[in-house]
Design a protein. Structure first.
Length: 268
């Protein structure tokens, strides 16, 4: 299957969004463009129609490969790069046209298959046998052409990169594994899918990531790097992440929202 892709304008460096990002993030212009492109690419795989407002800050910043102060990139997104519906601004310019192309292609294949079913249903066994007996060579040629047309249509469809509504469910192990490998330590992706499947089924990816963020927080105790320990006790860490506490300004906030997500020294 072809990789996902997005449109990147040749003059992206001169677009207002690039200048807004550089100013808000406090980074060089080229670095801001790189973070935006990384974010758009990940959003095209995981966020239907560019809707990202419900994803946690840590997830959004992981998509953008943001390594600066936690919360800065997410704040820029929510304040300057999302519309009132929580959708990425200018999404149609970068990912929307591709999504529409996928939908049109799927609809075209569906219509073709429906027409084939209807045309086949109108032909009785007697008519088919009679036609074959009358002109077997012509019938074989038509059948071969129909099969070749169907194969070509399906091949064209397979070339189009597409994402179903359940893509986040299929890729949750990769998303969690990427975060763990970056911030805690090396862990095989297959082990993530095996050991955390029950917790993911019960709680979902967002809460699973929140629990991992709290597990990785040095304020919660000695440094921890054991994936086996987290997997065995992830229900505790997920529950702890959902507990309220007061931040430095005296505001009541979820524990997982105030913890700085930083790569641990020595993490693979």
């Amino acid at each position: 299957m072809a990789d996902f892709w997005i449109r990147v304008h040749a003059n992206l460096a001169h677009k207002p969004v690039a200048f807004r990002a550089a100013d808000a993030l406090g980074v060089k212009h080229a670095a801001a463009i790189g973070h935006l492109v990384m974010f758009w690419g990940a959003a095209s795989q995981h966020a239907k129609n560019g809707h990202v407002a419900d994803y946690p800050d840590a997830q959004l910043e992981s998509w953008a490969c943001w390594e600066g102060r936690r919360g800065v990139f997410a704040k820029f997104l929510r304040e300057h790069h999302l519309d009132e519906d929580g959708r990425v601004r200018e999404w149609d310019e970068y990912g929307g046209s591709l999504e529409r192309s996928r939908e049109r292609n799927r609809a075209r294949v569906a219509r073709f298959r429906e027409q084939k079913r209807e045309s086949n249903g109108d032909v009785t066994i007697t008519e088919t046998v009679t036609e074959q007996a009358r002109n077997p060579v012509k019938k074989r040629n038509e059948t071969k052409r129909n099969e070749e047309d169907q194969k070509q249509l399906l091949a064209d469809d397979a070339k189009q990169p597409r994402r179903s509504a359940s893509k986040p469910l299929e890729n949750w192990t990769a998303t969690f594994g990427d975060w763990w490998n970056e911030h805690v330590g090396a862990v095989p992706y297959g082990r993530v899918g095996r050991d955390l499947k029950p917790a993911y089924t019960l709680h979902g990816l967002e809460k699973l990531l929140a629990g991992a963020v709290v597990y990785n927080d040095p304020q919660e105790g000695p440094a921890r790097k054991s994936f086996a320990d987290f997997a065995a006790n992830c229900a505790f860490w997920i529950g702890l992440a959902g507990m309220s506490m007061f931040d430095a300004d005296g505001n009541d906030t979820l524990r997982c929202k105030r913890i700085p997500t930083k790569t641990r020294p020595g993490a693979a």
